[in-house]
Design a protein around this ligand. Structure first.
Ligand code: ATP
Ligand code: MG
Ligand code: MG
Ligand code: MG
Length: 430
């Protein structure tokens, strides 16, 4: 029976013989001894391999192969303070399963090179940690929604309408006609609430982002929720709970990985509800007082949000944006129709928007008026308009960029490190 490395890194295993399998992470020879640091999905361990114990043949073979060769080993665990994870294996036997010569990834490689070789770079301890954090985040999102009465649904990816505006639509040929890749499942989620009331989906969204920022991918993972009868504030409360739940889970399950990535854990550990709430107007004032060049009516871009959120160590809900800078479906505030009942959630520490959400227009005449003002043809959105004709209800929803969330939680410098195969304006490989 094989153990995972993390299991045997324990005093309980001292003196016991174990079988391990994995890949060579580091290797160095000192005369008749070869030191191998072996890695598997769980951790790394130093292995001491003496010629006299495994025999000439195998020693020679091991001497020839390079890092990332796959191995099975048998040996006895002992404590060794100087070893990278505090224990080592006194090896009795090895089997080389798949040799590797000249693994292309070495310490001095450029970022571009590592991106071109993501299929190999996934083996790095950094990517291993990030992938585990992602795993926990996706699991926690499903858990939260399911524990709170949301049904999981699936919308289409080939669509014919824009949710977030035409400029970032990817057009695809579709049997002699045009279709687009979905930018958001929102409009479809709205159709489901008349049947299921609370729904969510986790799916890729596609946006032809031409801007080069630290936070835009062309293909990203979008966790979206939509709830019947919810007003803007109700939605924000669920989002707050969702983020708290994810942070708790990540701290419980992934502290080791966060530490490996040098993430400052204090901010995550001290996170508490309620998050900060600021109206757009207040945020603009705050920004101006802090010397950030922005005026009322400007949309907040990546740079402005970075500058603003550097001043905070807690997420901020920004509400009541001017109607002109938000898409047509947001419900105008009955008390001040120049602004809409919406919210963006900005992650602190210089990260910025991770959620966009709000209350949707539910009255037919208001929706038709807003579409006209935005120059949209209601016929193109006939099914979306229909929802306002048959038992319409107030409702709200949101979209969370999962890669953005991982980017912030893991404290990464660029979103391309938060997703295994990033897609950007210049990259569709590997
Ligand atoms: P941004 O202002 O950064 O362009 P957005 O306001 O266009 O984002 P929304 O339409 O509100 O984005 O989408 C909901 C969420 O999806 C965003 O809050 C963000 O977390 C995520 N998101 C949007 N665009 C991207 C992208 N290009 N890459 C990664 N995540 C994205
Ligand atoms: Mg955008
Ligand atoms: Mg935005
Ligand atoms: Mg947004």
């Amino acid at each position: 029976m094989f153990h995972h490395i993390s299991e045997v890194l324990s005093d309980n295993f001292i003196g016991k013989e174990v079988a391990l399998r994995g890949w060579i992470y580091r290797k160095r020879r000192m005369g008749k001894i070869i030191f191998v640091v072996l890695r598997d999905s769980s951790d790394i361990i130093q292995c001491v391999i003496e010629k006299k114990k495994i025999g000439n043949e195998k020693f020679k073979e091991l001497d020839k192969v390079g890092v990332e060769s796959s191995l099975e080993i048998n040996g006895v665990i002992r404590k060794e303070e100087r070893a990278p994870t505090g224990y080592e294996v006194d090896v009795k036997d090895i089997n080389i399963i798949g040799p590797s010569y000249l693994f292309p990834i070495t310490k001095d490689k450029s970022d571009e090179f590592l991106l071109d070789n993501r299929h190999l770079w996934l083996r790095s301890r950094e990517m291993n940690a990030i992938l585990k954090i992602r795993h926990t985040v996706f699991g926690a999102i499903h858990e939260f929604f399911r524990e709170n009465g949301y049904y999981e649904v699936q919308g289409p990816i080939f669509v014919t309408g824009a949710v977030e505006g035409g400029s970032t639509l990817f057009e695809v040929p579709y049997f002699g006609k045009k279709a687009y890749l979905s930018q958001s499942a929102q409009f479809y989620l709205e159709t489901f609430i008349f049947s299921l009331e609370r729904v969510y989906t986790i799916a890729p969204s596609f946006r032809a982002e031409k801007s080069r920022t630290r936070r835009h991918l062309t293909e990203y993972w979008h966790a979206e929720g939509e709830v019947a009868w919810y007003h803007n504030e109700d939605m924000m409360r669920d989002e707050e709970e969702l983020i708290m739940h994810i942070v708790q889970k990540v701290l419980e399950e992934r502290e080791k990985e966060l530490k490996f990535l040098n993430r400052d854990l204090e901010i995550l550990k001290n996170l508490e509800k309620p998050f900060i709430r600021m109206k757009y107007e207040e945020l603009i004032e705050f920004a101006q007082e802090n010397g950030i060049n922005i005026e009322y009516g400007d949309d907040l871009g990546a740079d402005e949000e970075t500058a603003i959120t550097k001043k905070f160590d807690k997420p901020i809900f920004v509400t009541h944006y001017p109607i002109e800078i938000k898409p047509f479906y947001h419900r105008p505030d009955p008390d001040n129709p120049k602004v809409v009942l919406c919210h963006d959630l900005l992650a602190p520490e210089g990260y910025g928007e991770i959620i966009g959400g709000g209350e949707r227009i539910y009255k037919l005449d208001v929706l038709l008026r807003r579409m006209e003002e935005e120059g949209l043809n209601p016929e193109d959105y006939y099914w979306y308009v229909d929802l306002r004709k048959y038992g319409s209800i107030p409702h709200s929803g949101f979209g969370l960029g999962v890669d953005r969330l991982v980017w912030w939680l893991a404290g990464l410098s660029h979103i391309k490190y938060a997703i295994p195969y990033p897609r950007t304006i210049r990259r569709t490989k590997p």
